[in-house]
Design a protein around this ligand. Sequence first.
Ligand code: MN
Length: 219
Amino acid sequence: MKQYATTPPPVISLPIFGCDEVFPVRRIYCVGRNYALHVREMGGDPNRSTPVFFTKSRETIVASGTTLPYPPLTKNLHYEVELVVAMAAPTEIFGYGVGLDMTRRDLQGLAKNGGKPWDMAKNFDHSAPCSALTKIANAPDINRAEIRLTNQGATQQNSTLDKMIWSVAEIIAHLNASVTLAAGDLIYTGTPDGVGPVVAGQTLVGTIDGLQKIEVSYV
Ligand code: MN
């Protein structure tokens, strides 16, 4: 039997609504620029937009109900509520969740201006809160679902999933043209307009009709 030189990392998993099993997470892909109004609020042109993919480490996952430290190296931590697609196979969807693509917006701006990678703006500790997953058989017709984010109970993001520039099927096809998706992969599918800052002492709640909510608080 193989002897590990250091303690192997734990399996990271998400709860599954109404099920005793959990979903083991493999990789996390995120889509940028997938709602026209959000592309515009970030200063871009949605008509010239092409799919932008980036990744987060699975260790950035945090469960709903978690209290989180405000992260280092930022004074402008932003929320981005997103539909999360959980994969069962390269083209087979396991289920859906609601995620927060937390972003150190000031570091992202510096990276963009400098033509440098976004990693430290996106892929930092606790940067990918995600709800419990709902199996696809129990999920609503997500194409018409509303997606919302509240901060301290006040609605900040409110849209519908049919406003995504690339549909879930198109995102999966684009990703499979570049890498091979597999069971355990999560896809954060992009955020609508209304992104903004969260500060210590505030609670974020992300919801999509018919799915489990994501709720996190910052201290
Ligand atoms: Mn995002």
